[in-house]
Design a protein. Structure first.
Length: 170
């Protein structure tokens, strides 16, 4: 039996955790993820480094990444449609001081993705904001991803974007 996604080595799902080495453990599993992290820490220590050192090296080579989330709970489910409709009819031109370069609406399906009530905003500086209704709760969820030269700057961008998005999804 093959892998569910050819070539998949690692996966993550916000609510359910990490999938590490799906050829061995075929579902998200905290124990296998913890063992993989401990193995990595051991290998790095043997080489005179650490997890923190490796993260710093990645940030120096690829940039520092940070993610965040904003969730707005609603009492009336029709409010979710109103929020998504408002974002579609009047998309923001900037968020958190960053220009919105492109808006992708997945309502008709995009690039092989099935139709879904998702809006994606690609911003200057390689940041993105994704807005969608929760599939399990009466909420609108916003996912924020940024990259910057330092972890502190990446987190500052996440915080600024979160503050600018809150009024749009309230």
């Amino acid at each position: 039996m093959g892998l569910p996604v050819p070539g998949l080595l690692f996966g993550y799902e916000e609510a359910l955790g990490y999938l590490v080495d799906p050829s061995v453990v075929r579902d998200k599993d905290g124990i296998s993820a913890a063992l993989s992290l401990l193995s990595l820490a051991s290998d790095l220590a043997a080489a005179g480094s650490s997890i923190a050192g490796q993260l710093d090296a990645f940030a120096a080579e690829f940039g520092a990444f940070a993610s965040g989330q904003v969730a707005t709970r609603v009492d009336d489910l029709s409010r979710i449609g109103e929020i998504m409709g408002s974002l579609r009819s009047a998309p923001p031109s900037s968020l958190g001081g960053l220009e919105v370069r492109t808006v992708t609406d997945y309502v008709e399906g995009v690039e092989g993705f099935l139709p879904s009530d998702i809006l994606r905003y690609d911003l200057t500086g390689d940041a993105r904001v994704i807005v969608r209704p929760s599939g399990t709760e009466p909420k609108v969820k916003v996912y924020i991803d940024t990259v910057a030269e330092t972890p502190a700057e990446a987190q500052r961008l996440v915080d600024a974007l979160a503050e600018s998005v809150r009024p749009l999804v309230s």
